[in-house]
Design a binder for this molecule. Structure first.
Ligand code: SAM
Length: 214
């Protein structure tokens, strides 16, 4: 119960310091970062939002191709770890920012593209998030969002703050198309193989949704 915050969310601050020590997370972040960087036709002048950036595994993968990355997260602990990493590496084009788009008072920034990895399943209202993402982009603005394909609820040993047991590819495409996006496509960016609580080893395919604002 200590991981259940008063707002029902998972407390990512507690996991931040040790987040990058888990090789499954590092491998997933790097594979998805690479798939996103390949899927998005980014320009060197672009400003990109990484939503739910965590320790910046995806931000670090895309930042060399763009002008700047807003690495947004609702965990100060995650943002502090990312801040330490970018300072140590002398990286100047990743800006860690606190942002929780589930908060009605949040001010969504305007960007050229939005990327995200493994954050959607922690957001309750995905159709609303899709509309907010749409409002943050200009014509031609793109999204590349990675998350679990529908799973049985055993990806996380503790489902606190997990509002979706993955997503069906057609549901994701339809939801973002309904928000106004065009050319919504899904591919499998990576497959996580890991042991679940029962002791079984299971494969978890990671979907990558791409779409464009007309
Ligand atoms: C599973 S982690 C993924 C982190 C990172 N993208 C990666 O691939 O390693 C999910 C991240 O989403 C963040 N998050 C959860 N809900 C959020 C929200 N409503 N707004 C912004 N970030 C959120 C968490 O703090 C956490 O850093």
């Amino acid at each position: 119960m200590d991981r259940l915050m008063t707002n029902g969310k998972r407390d990512f601050d507690k996991d931040a310091q040790s987040w990058d020590e888990n090789p499954v997370r590092r491998e997933l972040g790097e594979a998805v970062g690479k798939a996103i960087a390949e899927a998005l036709p980014l320009k060197s002048s672009d400003a990109v939002l990484d939503y739910g950036a965590g320790t910046g595994l995806v931000s670090l993968a895309v930042r060399q191709r763009v002008s700047r990355v807003l690495a947004a997260d609702s965990s100060h602990g995650m943002l502090d770890v990312l801040g330490g990493k970018i300072r140590a590496a002398g990286i100047v084009n990743i800006q860690p920012v606190f942002l929780d788009l589930e908060d009605p008072a949040a001010t969504p920034p305007t960007v050229d593209a939005i990327v995200s990895s493994m954050t959607l399943h922690h957001v309750r209202d995905i159709p609303r998030l899709a509309r907010i993402f749409f409002s943050m982009l200009g014509p031609g603005g793109r999204i590349a969002l990675a998350d679990l394909s529908t799973e049985a609820g055993n990806f996380h040993p503790d489902n606190t703050g997990v509002y979706h047991f993955g997503f069906a590819a057609d549901w994701l495409r339809t939801t973002f198309a309904t928000a106004g996006f065009a050319d919504a496509r899904t591919t499998i960016a990576h497959t996580v193989r890991k042991q679940v609580t029962s002791g079984e080893t299971k494969d978890f395919p990671i979907l990558l949704l791409t779409a464009v604002k007309p």
